[in-house]
Design a protein around this ligand. Sequence first.
Ligand code: FAD
Length: 393
Amino acid sequence: MLDYLDLAAELTEEERLVRDTAREFVDDRVRPDVGDWYEAGEFPEHLISEMGELDFFAPNLDVGELPGVGERAYGLLMQELEAGDSGIRSMASVQGALVMWPIANYGSEAQRDRWLPDLASGDAVGCFGLTEPEHGSNPSAMETSAEPADDGEGYVLSGTKTWITNAPIADVALVWAKLAEDCDLGDAGTVRGFLVDADRDGLNTSEQEGKLSMRASCTGELSLSDVRVPEDAVLPGVSGMKGPLSCLTQARYGIAWGAVGATRDCFETAREYATDREQFGGPIARFQLQQSKLAEMATQHTTAQQMAFRLAELKERGELRPQHVSMAKRHNVRVARDQARVAREMLGANGITTDYPPMRHAANMETVYTYEGTDDIHTLILGEDLTGIPAYE
Ligand code: FAD
């Protein structure tokens, strides 16, 4: 398995265990069928409880019964899941980083007790509703509103959230909404997070049709039409855009690692194919053109891998800034997107099928390049960090 600078030599026993458990899970439970799920456009829901049993959901949280593994172990988990398919990693990322993390960090004790055990075991599924039909890259312009109910008990949510991973199978949605008027939760226009049970009246979900990327992932729309939620549905510990943006930093950290796994899987597939496939009287791996592609792929993988390892160190020390994560998400996903296409090319006609992973990874990377901040938006975040001048508008 490609690890050109032997970064694995530094891993602790715990990190090896997490990595190997995830790798085995992917080999046994994902690889044999993922091509079929992809073609069918299905997320393998039957794997959710197995993933829960294996502690794949937010194992880096140190709350309640959660294992509290280190950030590098968590990153390795994301790496191995995405080597299988971005859809599997996305499910775990959303559940762990975008739903459990905010509940653990901003939730009340009652919210933590109500949701964390079920989300950790996979008995419940969560989703994160930020994007809206008219507001993607600029979520602070969101229109979804929360206003105090007329009878003074709880709040009423209205709006539409779109492109929401896990939405069609979720038991709970973390919905980010703006206060429609000054109230106990803050001034009008303040963004707050609400935990909404999926069976609330007025909440409807529908599946996003026609995806040509991330097909083994469940994506949908949340439509909220005067959804009444109790007062204790609000996340008490955070207010303003810091809420959703801090969750995104956690998830983007996992993506920076996940992309390394997808790149590695493409490299391994291409190397094996090139050594087996014969043309002009011998394996295509003997051609300099093919060796050049492998050399570049291995080098790009290694740079991405080192960025991910460094992020983990900074995160453990509490020195990780969102801008560091932007750089790694942007770079590592670019690497995966570019190299998946090269691997696809090396497999010739076979490369365009679901029998081999590169084209599936390449298609998935179009989503990963776009969600959790598009490549452009991360470029602007870095531009602002480097110059002090914001250039978003
Ligand atoms: P837009 O914001 O409309 O952008 C269109 C283009 O304009 C992009 O290329 C963008 O980079 C560019 N652009 C925008 N602003 C600027 C600017 N200032 N300067 C230069 N260029 C700019 N969202 C959730 O809330 N929860 C989820 O679970 C979730 N899951 C997703 C799953 C999938 C499969 C996909 C595809 C998306 C998911 N998303 C989710 C939504 C995702 O985060 C958004 O698609 C993303 O933020 C981009 O928003 P947009 O699609 O509206 O594009």
